[in-house]
Write a protein that binds this ligand. Sequence first.
Ligand SMILES: Cc1cc2nc3c(=O)[nH]c(=O)nc-3n(C[C@H](O)[C@H](O)[C@H](O)COP(=O)(O)OP(=O)(O)OC[C@H]3O[C@@H](n4cnc5c(N)ncnc54)[C@H](O)[C@@H]3O)c2cc1C
Length: 439
Amino acid sequence: MNSENTNSSYDVIVAGAGYSGAAVAAMLAAYGRRVLLLDRRERTEIGSHYPRLMLDVDTFSKSGLPRPQGDELLALLDLFYAYSPSGKVRKPIDFSSLMLDGQLFAQRLLDQGEADGVSFRQAEIKGPLLKNDQVVGVTLADGEQILAAVTIDASGNAQALLKEVVAAGLIPALEHSHLESLYGVAYRLSGQTDLGPNELHIHFCLQGGYLWRSAYDIGIGGMGHEAREREEVRKQIEDLQARFGWEIHDLIQEDFGSVPVRHPLGAFVASGFAVLGDAGFMVNSVRGGGVSAGLKGARVLADVLQDALTRQDMSLNSLWAFNVRYQQQLGAQLAYQDVMRQTLMNEPAAEMEFAFEKDLITADDIKGSLAGRLLDFSPIQKIQKGLRGAGHPALLLRLNHKLEWGKHLYEHFRQYPASPDGFPQWQQELSHLLDKVAG
Ligand SMILES: Cc1cc2nc3c(=O)[nH]c(=O)nc-3n(C[C@H](O)[C@H](O)[C@H](O)COP(=O)(O)OP(=O)(O)OC[C@H]3O[C@@H](n4cnc5c(N)ncnc54)[C@H](O)[C@@H]3O)c2cc1C
């Protein structure tokens, strides 16, 4: 470490001021901790990619943040309609979502943090600062080094710190040999459509993804695909608009980007380090949305770090509580949702049409998958589904196989090991279960 170029020390450095980073910084500052929040973007620009942002009410509530109000809240959507690929079969799903002005929401989080003492600084982060198998801060692109008791990687898909922390062997072995696996794309046109203010329609008209329409936007979540070019996805949405006559006018903005679509990372902490939000694959991959899951992660992490900082123990064992609490509560739900994504979106259009028509996929199944509820059919329901699916036994078998192994995966996350000692075995079993889910 170059001491001449080393800056003063903080309790916590948060790398990335997206929703997860801004939230955890604000929560730690509210506990009275000295927090430095770093982002390459200008402060006023943060959130500008999200003139529209959809969050599920239930997970948002678990973050403990005050509900959006006033100009920030565009609509509260009590239900949505799910459509078969042809659009002929429609199912009402009573599942509540919030539609927000995502920039106002991001700026509220930053304002709240700064009011409690968070220092925001615009800077490009180069990587973690490591010493004696511990993360002790960050190095900026200009070479400046900044020290902290704990450093959080909340840099989204960039994983600006995680990659090096993993390469240094400080996070227990990961289930994937590389971290770039399993990304999809999201594309959104924000403006005005002809739908009513509280309407939301979700069309399973794309293999490996879906299209959504609200009064304020129209977009595609291209899940299960390799990252694709913006032009290709734009053309896909234009073709669907032409086919179904879906208009959007008074365009505000077009946004496109990668979204992780997979189960959460197996472990989020190392000595002096934690990873949060998209950087740790905390995403609801049925929706392709990670904001609510990242906010809930921020709540759990802030509480674990407050405790660890009070005890002055930033060791792997001490921070392990974050893994345990997150994986057992939300991680299990997110892992199960990823199996539901594969179940709902990887079937060809003809099979999906059949599944919708014959009610092999019911409104309750879709609601359950979004809420992360396990689908547990009674023997009578199983027989009823069996009869309805008699014309397509292979499809029924595939759906049942995924749901059955999805349940095992859920239970596995619920039994996350209480200390790092149990992790290698847990991870081995995880790998086995993921193979089973894939069939
Ligand atoms: C088009 C589109 C629409 C979406 N719509 C929704 C939606 O409606 N609802 C929903 O829940 N999710 C949605 N998502 C997903 C959502 O954007 C992410 O899940 C969420 O932003 C993750 O938040 P985060 O704070 O973990 O990471 P991010 O929001 O990605 O924040 C990471 C921050 O780190 C900064 N950073 C990265 N690298 C560096 C570096 N080296 N140095 C300095 N700073 C750095 C970045 O500038 C950024 O500000 C959408 C995604 C896309 C692409």
